[in-house]
Write a protein that binds this ligand. Structure first.
Ligand SMILES: Nc1ncnc2c1ncn2[C@@H]1O[C@H](COP(=O)(O)OP(=O)(O)OP(=O)(O)O)[C@@H](O)[C@H]1O
Ligand SMILES: [Mg+2]
Ligand SMILES: [Mg+2]
Length: 605
């Protein structure tokens, strides 16, 4: 009944501006309680620690700018006035961070402070000004796409980036909204400013920040649990999910967080993709720099689910989405929508929405396992990152095969350490075997490694235990006759094959695709032939390694043999999936029908 004035947020009028009902408000309380139970919020003391860390970084920033200004011969008055300010972006800025989140921090300096100065001067000044022992790790990565210093400060991960503005001084009341601040900057500098400019705009473009935050927490948790959160392999990442939720908030400006979650699934499942999701009209700006525009740029026409960042220069945050990942996202949106309907009518609870994915236990019969291996831990960390960044090209190639319905990349890789005694074991490990894992090591997931290490470290301090965190585990480096340590990271792609027409017998040969993928990876300038390797192999669901399953999960079992006389045991050679001719009568489901196809080994020669 009560309708608020329908102010327009975003590019269309709202769908509804009705005020929430009592039941809807109660559903919010349930959602908040469930998020708390899921450990999604951190304790106030931890948040206080984050604030103190940011205050320290602000003081270091001012000192750093003064040191550089002095070194460059500025007058004492100019040095004093040069300022310097930190901004945050990412989940901390959006207010949706949890116990393991980092703080994404941008340091902004005046025009005479360059990125080279940042890498040279900032770390030693921070070391001098931080409390004794507060810096646990500091890794400058100046050559990254966005140059970055990664560090652990007072137990909190910090991603520190730098940008300068073409201004003589950076006062504390400055914000980065003005597009004219981008004048005179190169593309790299614009990129560094972009994270903060985008998050600031998103927050300004939603009707109620509190509602937006609650809904976004729910959607991020859901996307992570359903294994569809990862920009790099072809799903939406943090900013893209944030923009989708923001758009739904614009369409229902008075709705509660839990209502937004329900509307989110319905609206995004029915969205007329590839119509873009915009939070405002795309702006023109002062730079000779590309802005997303499918009517000008041919490449932009291929974006399947474009979600466009609001700050100039607008970009598509989801250019990695493929036909397969889109299909998986739509499937999950459908499930989410159904579940929220039943949650709001009390047939289900919010916990059910956040149930863990069934990627390994149920969803697929066939998997590709992509294993990047290295002789050293350092080599493995860059090599696996490179391989991960190319995975979506392999997914794209699989998408184009008529026999494949869906090629679903799992968003995280499995990092393992092995000790091998001979060439045979070495070969097995390079092809993804987990039979030779080194004692005292355990499988880690990419991305989470850092957080897990951090949590273990914190846990250890609290319990004063002797158990080392994963990061501190030292693997005994045995060489020569005793054995060799090998580091691997394995990524999995779930394959859903199209139902086979009667009488048809096709083969799934991906050897060419894996060769092309391998070539794309090994043509990277940092590739070292003697140290790094890459293998692609087929794995049947019942042959998946133990460590991809969680305690309590039921792993897939070998299908019971229905054929009386069969030469080979199913799965003995995972690459050769039942090559013999069988009549359709013997095959009772599409899985078996799929098994009829010859799947040739994908291991590159
Ligand atoms: N590889 C990358 N390339 C470009 N930008 C990136 C990359 N990784 C992160 N970013 C930027 O940094 C922001 C924060 O990323 P981050 O990985 O810290 O996620 P988050 O949304 O803050 O979630 P979390 O709570 O896990 O930290 C992203 O929104 C994006 O703008
Ligand atoms: Mg972050
Ligand atoms: Mg980060």
């Amino acid at each position: 009944m009560a309708t608020a004035p329908a102010r327009q947020w975003g590019v269309t009028p709202p769908i509804a501006s009705t005020l929430p009902t009592k039941d809807e408000l109660a559903a919010d309380d349930d959602l908040i309680a469930e998020l708390k139970a899921q450990n999604n919020f951190e304790l106030p003391a931890e948040t206080e620690r984050r604030k103190q860390v940011l205050q320290l970084l602000q003081r270091v920033t001012v000192e750093f700018v003064q040191v550089v200004s002095r070194n460059k011969g500025l007058s004492p008055a100019a040095v004093e006035a040069s300022g310097g300010k930190i901004f945050t972006y990412g989940s901390y800025r959006l207010g949706v961070y949890g116990p393991g989140s980092d703080i994404d921090t941008l340091v902004v300096g005046p025009k005479h402070v360059l990125i080279e100065d940042f890498f040279a001067e900032f770390p030693p000044i921070l070391e001098r000004m931080a409390p004794e022992g507060a810096i646990e790790k500091m890794t400058p990565v100046p050559d990254a796409f966005v140059p970055i210093i990664k560090l652990e400060l007072c137990g909190i991960s910090i991603d520190l980036i730098f940008a300068r503005l073409v201004l003589p001084s950076i006062p504390m009341n400055l914000d980065l909204k003005n597009n004219d601040y981008l004048r005179g900057l190169d593309e790299r500098e614009v990129r560094s400013l972009n994270g903060t400019r985008v998050t600031d705009e998103i927050l300004e473009l939603v009707p109620q920040q509190k509602t937006f935050r609650l809904a976004l927490r729910a959607i991020k948790l859901w996307a992570q649990r359903r294994a569809i959160y990862s920009n790099i392999v072809g799903f939406p990442g943090g900013v893209a999910w944030a923009m989708l939720v923001a758009r739904v908030c614009q369409l229902y400006p008075q709705a509660t967080g839990s209502v937004i979650v329900g509307k989110f699934f319905k609206i995004m499942e029915r969205w007329k993709w590839p119509q873009p999701v915009l939070l405002k009209q795309i702006e023109d700006g002062p730079l000779q720099i590309k802005v997303w525009n499918p009517s000008i740029y041919h490449g932009d026409r291929f974006h399947l689910m474009p979600i466009i960042t609001p700050a100039y220069p607008s970009m598509c945050a989801t250019h990695n989405i493929s036909l397969s990942t889109k299909a998986v996202i739509l499937r999950e949106l459908h499930r989410g929508g159904d579940m929220v309907d039943r949650i709001l009518t009390k047939q289900l609870s919010w916990e059910d929405l956040f149930a863990r994915h069934t990627f390994f236990t149920h969803d697929y019969k066939y998997y590709l396992s992509i294993t990047a291996s290295s002789r050293t831990k350092e080599a493995e960390s860059v090599w696996s990152g490179l391989v991960e960044s190319k995975l979506r090209h392999l997914v794209g190639a699989l998408d184009r095969k008529p026999i494949i319905a869906v090629a679903h990349p799992f968003p995280k890789g499995f990092e393992r350490v092995h000790l091998v005694a001979n060439e045979q074991e070495m070969d097995a490990v390079k092809n993804g075997s987990t039979q030779h894992q080194a004692k005292g090591t355990k499988t880690e997931m990419t991305d989470e490694t850092k957080d897990a290490a951090h949590q273990a470290a914190v846990q250890n301090t609290l319990e004063n235990a002797e158990v080392p965190g994963p990061a501190e585990i030292k693997v005994e480096e045995k060489n020569g006759n005793d054995g060799q340590t090998v580091y691997t990271t394995t990524y999995y792609i779930g394959l859903e094959l199209k139902p086979l027409e009667p009488g048809q017998s096709r083969s799934l040969d991906i050897s060419t695709d894996s060769q092309i993928f391998k070539a794309a990876c090994t043509s990277w300038p940092g590739y070292q032939e003697a140290v790094m390797e890459l293998a692609v192999t087929h794995v049947r669901n019942f042959d998946l390694p133990e460590d991809v399953f969680q305690p309590g999960e039921t792993r897939p079992s070998r299908p019971k043999k229905k054929v009386v006389k069969r030469a080979e045991t199913a799965g003995q050679k995972s690459a050769e999936v039942a090559g013999q001719k069988r009549s359709i009568g013997e095959l009772d489901d599409s899985t078996e029908a799929a098994a009829k196809r010859r799947v040739t080994s994908a291991t590159p020669a």
